[in-house]
Design a protein around this ligand. Structure first.
Ligand code: APR
Length: 238
């Protein structure tokens, strides 16, 4: 009796168009805590204090202290075997798009090319006055940082209640609708509109492969539910 991962591997092997949706779980084995599991960043910090425009307006220095602490933590980490497996898959597939909710930049570091970042990038700073964006990986000494124009800089990430980057979810939806397979790895599938890509795939023609040590709302609907850590399972799909 073939194991689900063997069947999933043959689906991936035969797929011409591969779409992938990743969440914080794929960076867990690089040492970056996820948001909603125990000990995650959010456990000891309240959402409304940190990842909302209101929280930032109320206390920009406090919010920047938390983001800069994350930037410093992430700077010490590196991509894991799961990130590298997705790069190998991209290099082999006829069509491949990686849609990520992650802002840590580890997919870029691993070498992923065709990437849609739904929630922005923690290494990007955006001016709240002139809207200019720049990538800055340096340690930000003075918080909050300011733009040359005098405006205050904010993290280039999407906060709760904010719009996603222009066209991102539309592009990701088009990719999912035409995919032969959607691999969903490391996400609790609780934050929309990113999570809506999963039922969209289930209503379309894609086989959906979920990689997660825990169940999610969609686990009973997916084609293959591979229960385990992505750094182990994703390489097995190659
Ligand atoms: N491999 C695969 N999945 C894992 C691993 C692992 N080693 N470890 C944990 N997970 C799973 C957890 O079971 C959980 O389902 O990763 C998921 C992480 O879920 P969340 O912490 O909710 O992260 P995510 O789904 O990415 O959150 C979505 O919410 O906070 C906002 O903007 C933030 O992008 C984030 C969004």
């Amino acid at each position: 009796m073939p194991q689900p991962v063997d069947s999933a591997r043959s689906i991936v092997r035969d797929a011409k168009r591969i779409a992938v949706l990743t969440g914080a779980g794929v960076s867990a084995e690089s040492g970056i805590p996820t948001f909603r599991s125990n000990g995650g960043f959010w456990q000891n910090q309240r959402f409304e204090d940190l990842a909302t425009p209101q929280g930032f307006a109320r206390d920009p220095k406090f919010v920047w202290q938390w983001y800069e602490e994350r930037r410093r933590n992430i700077a010490e980490t590196k991509p894991n075997a799961g990130h590298h497996a997705l790069v190998a898959l991209e290099n082999r597939a006829e069509q491949f798009t990686l849609v990520t909710q992650n802002v840590d930049g580890l997919h870029d570091l691993a070498g992923s090319k065709n990437l849609i970042k739904l929630h922005g990038d923690i290494w990007t700073l955006r001016c709240t006055k002139c809207n200019k964006e720049k990538v800055d990986r340096t340690e930000l000494a003075d918080l909050p940082p300011y733009c040359d124009c005098g405006g205050m800089l904010r993290p280039g990430v999407v906060w709760f209640g904010e719009m996603l980057p222009e066209g991102a979810i539309e592009k990701a939806s088009a990719v999912v609708v035409s995919a032969d397979v959607l691999i969903v790895a490391g996400t609790s599938a609780q934050v929309y509109p990113a999570a809506a890509l999963i039922p969209l795939a289930l209503r379309s023609r894609a086989a959906v492969i979920e990689v997660n040590p825990e169940e999610t709302d969609f686990s009973s609907d997916v084609t293959f539910g591979l229960r385990g850590p992505s750094a182990t399972i994703l390489p097995q799909l190659l």
